[in-house]
Design a protein around this ligand. Structure first.
Ligand SMILES: Nc1ncnc2c1ncn2[C@@H]1O[C@H](COP(=O)(O)OP(=O)(O)OP(=O)(O)O)[C@@H](O)[C@H]1O
Ligand SMILES: [Mg+2]
Length: 525
C-alpha cells in the first residue's frame, strides 16, 4: 500500500456537508490514567476537536451521563468496580442513540460480538488504537444521520397527522376516485352520513353522483374541469338534499390528472331556508297585490252600496224592483266581507289592540265554537297555568281561532277531537336562526289548534296561506281562511307554524309576542 494513501481504517473523513462544526463531548470510562492519556493523545493526533471527560467510578460516570450532552461514550471493558456492559446499559437507558465504543485489550472476539449485540456501537482493541479516531467519527456521523432521519420521520408523521386531522374535520363529505372512477378513499363525514354503504373503497363513484350514472365525475375526468350537481340521497339522518361538486385530482409534481375528488355537501337546511324565503317573498307580493285591489275595490263597493241604499229608499216596497235592489245590497255585503278578508291578509286592516289574555279569549269562545262545529266534535282545552297576555285586537284574534277550528273540523269528515292549547315560550336566537324568517327570538304566547284529520300533503302545504287557494269543492270554501289567519297574525307581529303528518293530522300554532315584547320592525309589524 502506498504510504501517502491512508488506509481506509485510518483515513480521516471530511465532515459531511452541512455537518455541524462543534466540539464533541466524549465521556471516557477508564481506570488507568496511562490508557486515558493514550486515548486523549490518539484523538488529538487526529485533530479531533473534543472535550474528554475521564471518569473511573460508576457514580461519576452516571452523574456525567445524567448531565447530558454526551456525544460519544468510550469505555474500558473491564474495570475493577464496574463492568463495561453495565456502563453500556446505563448509556442506553440515558440515550438510546448515544454512540458507545469499547476500548479494551482484553475483550476478545466473542465478547466483542456480544458487546455489539448488547448495543455497543463499535469496539477498538488497544493494540489497534489508531482506529479509534475513525470509529468515533463514524459513530458520531451514524448517530447524527439517525437523528436527522428520526426528525424527518417525526416531521413527516406530524404532517400526515395534520392532513388526517384536516381530512376528518371537514364537515362536508370527501370522496376520492381513481382514474377508473372507483372510490379509493372517503373522509369520516361520509361514514357518518352513509354508514350502510360502508366500506366504500372499490365501489363506483357514481354512488354519490347525481343520477347515479357518474356523470359529473366522468365530465371532470374527461375535461379536467370542475362540475356540480344537486341530488337527493338517503342518509343516516333521513333523506337529504346534497350539492355534489367534482374536482380534478392532480399530481402536484406533474399536474397530471390521477382521478376525481367529490365534495358532498348537505344543503337540506339551506334549501329549506331558501324555500321559506321564496315562500315569504311570494306571500309578500301576493299580499301587496291583494291589498291594492281590495282597497280600490272597496271604494267602488262603497259607491255601489250608497247608491243602492238611495234606490232602496226611493223604490216602494211593493214595487217588484225593490227585491232586485235588495239583491244588489246582499251581493255588495258579500263583496265587502270578501274585501275585508283580503285586507286582513294584506295586513291593511285597522287594528284596535288592547291588552288581553288568550286563555280568557279562547274560554269565552267555547260555547260558540262548539255550536259551530256540531256534536260530532269534541273540543279539548289545555290552557297555560299563567295568564297568556298579548297586546292584540280581540275580534281579529277570535277570527283566527275560528278559522283554525273550522279548518280542523273540515279535516275530520267523520268527527273527532280538536285540541286547543295556549303556552308561553321563549324562542332562543339559535332556534330562530335555524328556523329562518319569520321566526325570531323573544317571549311569545302560542296558541295551537290540533286535529287528527287528513294531514296536509306537500303540494298543499306550499300554497296553504295563498288567498283563494282551497282544496274544497266549488262553493264549499273560498280559500281565504288561512290567508286571513296569516295576515292577522303577521299584523300582530307574530307568525304561524304548521306541523302535519299525512293521514295523522295537523297542528297550527300561532306565535304572538307576549305582552311587553317589542314588536318587530319592518313590513311584518
Ligand atoms: N287542519 C287542516 N287539515 C288539513 N288541511 C287543511 C287544514 N287547514 C287547511 N287545510 C288545507 O288548506 C286549504 C286552505 O285553507 P283555507 O282555510 O285558507 O281555505 P278553505 O278552508 O279551503 O276555505 P275557507 O275560505 O272557507 O276557509 C284547505 O282547502 C285545505 O286543503
Ligand atoms: Mg278554511
Amino acid at each position: 500500500m502506498n504510504e501517502s494513501t491512508p488506509s481506509p481504517e485510518t483515513a480521516v473523513p471530511d465532515p459531511l456537508p452541512g455537518e455541524r462544526l462543534r466540539r464533541l463531548k466524549i465521556l471516557h470510562l477508564e481506570d488507568s490514567p496511562v490508557d486515558a492519556l493514550l486515548v486523549q493523545e490518539m484523538l488529538a493526533s487526529e485533530n479531533m476537536d473534543c472535550e474528554i471527560i475521564v471518569v473511573s467510578e460508576p457514580a461519576d460516570f452516571e452523574r456525567e451521563l445524567a448531565r447530558g450532552g454526551v456525544d460519544v461514550v468510550i469505555s474500558d471493558y473491564s474495570l475493577p468496580r464496574y463492568c463495561g456492559t453495565d456502563a453500556l446499559k446505563r448509556t442506553r437507558e440515558a440515550g438510546p442513540e448515544t454512540p458507545f465504543i469499547f476500548v479494551s485489550g482484553s475483550i476478545g472476539e466473542e465478547r466483542a460480538v456480544e458487546a455489539v449485540r448488547l448495543g455497543a456501537t463499535d469496539y477498538v482493541m488497544k493494540e489497534h488504537l489508531r482506529r479509534l479516531g475513525l470509529a468515533v467519527r463514524r459513530a458520531v456521523e451514524a448517530a447524527e444521520s439517525a437523528r436527522r432521519r428520526r426528525e424527518a420521520e417525526t416531521r413527516l408523521a406530524e404532517e400526515r397527522n395534520f392532513l388526517a386531522d384536516v381530512f376528518s374535520s371537514v364537515q362536508d363529505g370527501i370522496v376520492v376516485l381513481d382514474a377508473d372512477l372507483k372510490i379509493v378513499q372517503t373522509n369520516p363525514t361520509m361514514e357518518k352520513l352513509f354508514p350502510d354503504r360502508m366500506p366504500l373503497a372499490g365501489k363506483p363513484g357514481s354512488l354519490f353522483c347525481p343520477g347515479g350514472d357518474g356523470s359529473i365525475a366522468a365530465t371532470t375526468l374527461r375535461d379536467g374541469c370542475p362540475a356540480q350537481s344537486v341530488c337527493t340521497m338517503e342518509t343516516a339522518e333521513g333523506k337529504g338534499e346534497f350539492s355534489v361538486y367534482s374536482y380534478p385530482l392532480l399530481e402536484r409534481s406533474t399536474g397530471r390528472q390521477k382521478g376525481v375528488i367529490l365534495y358532498v355537501r348537505n344543503v337540506t337546511h339551506e334549501h329549506a331556508l331558501q324555500q321559506q324565503l321564496f315562500q315569504s317573498q311570494k306571500m309578500e307580493s301576493i299580499g301587496k297585490l291583494a291589498g291594492g285591489v281590495a282597497h280600490d275595490f272597496n271604494n267602488i263597493l262603497q259607491a255601489i252600496m250608497g247608491f243602492s241604499e238611495i234606490l232602496e229608499g226611493e223604490i216602494p216596497e211593493d214595487d217588484p224592483r225593490h227585491a232586485d235592489v235588495l239583491e244588489i245590497r246582499k251581493a255588495t255585503d258579500r263583496a265587502v266581507a270578501l274585501t275585508r278578508q283580503l285586507l286582513a291578509f294584506s295586513r291593511k286592516q285597522v287594528l284596535n289592540p288592547v291588552d288581553l289574555d288568550m286563555n280568557g279569549l279562547v274560554g269565552n269562545m267555547g260555547g260558540m265554537l262548539q255550536r259551530l262545529i256540531g256534536a260530532n266534535f269534541q273540543l279539548r282545552y289545555d290552557f297555560d297555568s299563567a295568564p297568556a297576555r298579548v297586546h292584540g285586537d280581540t275580534g281579529q284574534i277570535e277570527q283566527v281561532v275560528l278559522n283554525l277550528v273550522v279548518n280542523a273540523r273540515d279535516a275530520m269528515p267523520k268527527g273527532g277531537e280538536i285540541a286547543i292549547a295556549t303556552r308561553q315560550r321563549e324562542v332562543e336566537e339559535p332556534e330562530a336562526a335555524g328556523r329562518g324568517a319569520p321566526w325570531r327570538a323573544g317571549r311569545f304566547v302560542c296558541l295551537s289548534v290540533k286535529d287528527t284529520g287528513t294531514g296536509i300533503p306537500p303540494d298543499v302545504l306550499a300554497r296553504l296561506f295563498e288567498p283563494f287557494f282551497t282544496t274544497k269543492e266549488k262553493g264549499k270554501g273560498t280559500g281565504l281562511g288561512l290567508s286571513t289567519v296569516y295576515g292577522i297574525v303577521q299584523q300582530h307581529g307574530g307568525w304561524v307554524d304548521v306541523e302535519t303528518q299525512e293521514g295523522r293530522g295537523s297542528t297550527f300554532t300561532i306565535y304572538l309576542p307576549a305582552l311587553g315584547q317589542e314588536p318587530p320592525k319592518g313590513p311584518a309589524a
